[in-house]
Design a protein around this ligand. Sequence first.
Ligand SMILES: [Zn+2]
Length: 277
Amino acid sequence: MHAREALPREDVIKFVLNCQKPNGGFGAAPNHDAHITFTLSAVQILLIEDALDKIDADQIADYIVSLHNQETGEVSGDEYGEVDTRFLYIALNCLSILGKLDRLNVEAMAKWIAACQNLDGGFGMVPGAESHAAQAFTCIGALTIAGKLDLIDGDLACWWLSERQLPEGGLNGRPEKLPDVCYSWWVLSCLAMMKKLHWINRDKLRDFILKAQDEDDGGIADREGDVADVFHTNFGLCGLSLLGTDGLDQVNPVYCLPQKVMHRVKQDPWNGKDLSK
Ligand SMILES: [Zn+2]
């Protein structure tokens, strides 16, 4: 929103650095255990603030590699071993930002992710699990970073994703569920990566997101009439950006970061590609 200065840069960086643990990973807050999710958040925030020089990339890579099964490709979220597609996407995302993809068995990871595609075209959290739009984002994002989109049935995936649009214009995460603004990100980002944004009605979706904005506090809720929160405000804005809304910077569909910081990503597979389609 061209308002990065609205948050105090030095305080933000200090807070993030205080969340790092001796094992190299980051927690959600200074006294929390390390988790791969918050490790990516830390790296993303430092990337946006152009402060990646404040961290030791090798130490972070060591932490992520410690959660990665080099044989099967799987990645767990923390030392307790839960495995799913989110963590695999995060590992690829984080190490591509740091230019350390060679620390991962990308080939095995791509095969494991491709095995998460179901007969309906969608993707689950692990092979055989129910299709869910947020998992489509992690799987298609992971395969884009890995350069392995050819391993899946892309048209079938985009058919399932475009079926998420309901008559009122909003998108849901699974069949028979209510529409929700955050799927404007999980679904649209996939269609953008697969160059199929035109497979849904963009004007109706834009209206659905704008109606979910609270006229008093400015935030965006999951749908019209509900209470706004930071999560849906972010994904609503990112969806509006993918829809080409005036006044918003272009967001990168693979990384969910402003396109103008992407030149700092060391191994960006999307680099130089046309995002306007
Ligand atoms: Zn939501």
